[in-house]
Design a protein around this ligand. Structure first.
Ligand code: FMN
Length: 279
């Protein structure tokens, strides 16, 4: 057959045969190696596509952690309500008792991952936190007030504070929530929602009760909470700077209506728009 192919006699001179076989073998080897090279290039290209970083249009949903410190269980109950609301919107949220939260390790991670932490916290005698949140409270205070700690420590963290208290305690009303909101802001965490300072003193309470205050705040916060979870940059000022009653900002945003998530929104709520990206 080779005789026919190359039109040369392969019988006869042995060195001629050797040359012929070498040429044939070389050709086959070249063809095989070229094929392999092609396959290698293709698979490299595929890997590159798979590991290509997300384009600027893709947004990653943020994780939501609800961290609560509670003595008689109200904070835990509101945390669960908040979780249910978030779940009903199609997102996930984890509820964590601050007493079992490894803040020294995990809080920094939350910041690095740009997670959302909603802190639900009550205040007790002399403006102190409930026992279960004492460690977290002291640690956050120390970090925020220590001049050696860089103030950008918690940059990336998205946070909101829900305070439970009683205005009968005067200047200590929701003192823990107010301080935590301030410390987190000092450490460059991004406040996504105006703080809720719920008041169980029915006479003074904006919405006539602790739960009512909480629910009004939740209603007014939903729009920005959804935006923040979707990865958009949402920033709110501390409520005290713009609202007379932090948990009861009654002024509706222009065009806002009950039920559409904008009712009761503070004028301090800001949204930097859809172009913003997760860091
Ligand atoms: C002994 C005691 C002291 C309290 N001190 C304060 C206080 O200083 N400031 C405040 O805003 N609320 C104070 N409160 C009200 C609680 O913060 C409020 O009842 C809250 O809803 C409790 O939430 P929890 O069950 O999640 O701990 C105090 C309540 C009790 C029983």
């Amino acid at each position: 057959m080779l005789e026919k192919l190359f039109e040369v006699p392969i019988r006869g001179s042995p060195w001629k045969n050797a040359v012929l076989w070498t040429v044939v073998a070389g050709g086959v080897a070249w063809a095989v190696s070229r094929q392999l090279k092609l396959q290698e290039l293709k698979s490299l290209e595929n890997n590159k596509v798979a590991s290509r970083p997300r384009t600027s249009n893709s947004k990653q949903k943020r994780k939501v952690k609800i961290l609560y410190g509670s003595q008689t269980g109200k904070g835990k109950g509101f945390s669960k309500l908040l979780q249910q609301k978030i779940t009903s919107l199609g997102y996930e949220a984890e509820v964590i008792d601050l007493s079992s939260y490894d803040h020294e390790k995990d809080f920094q991670l939350e910041a690095n991952e740009s997670n959302i932490c909603i802190i639900v916290i009550s205040t007790y005698t002399d403006g102190q936190p409930p026992e279960s949140a004492q460690w977290f409270y002291t640690w956050l205070k120390d970090v925020a007030e220590d001049f050696r700690v860089t103030k950008s420590t918690l940059a990336g963290l998205q946070f909101a504070v829900v305070g439970l208290g009683n205005s009968l305690y005067g200047e200590n009303f929701n003192a823990v929530a107010k301080k935590m909101d301030d410390w987190l802001h000092t450490l460059s965490a991004n406040r996504i929602l105006t703080p809720c300072l719920a008041d169980e003193n029915v006479i003074n309470s904006e919405h006539k009760g602790l739960q009512e205050d909480f629910e009004a705040w939740l209603e007014s916060s939903l729009l920005n909470l959804k935006r923040a979870i979707e990865g958009r940059k949402v920033t709110a000022k501390g409520c005290e700077s713009t609202c007379e009653k932090p948990c009861g900002c009654k002024t509706k945003k222009e065009g806002g209506a009950e039920g559409d998530g904008t009712a009761g929104k503070c004028s301090s709520d800001e949204d930097s728009g859809p172009e913003d990206e997760v860091q």
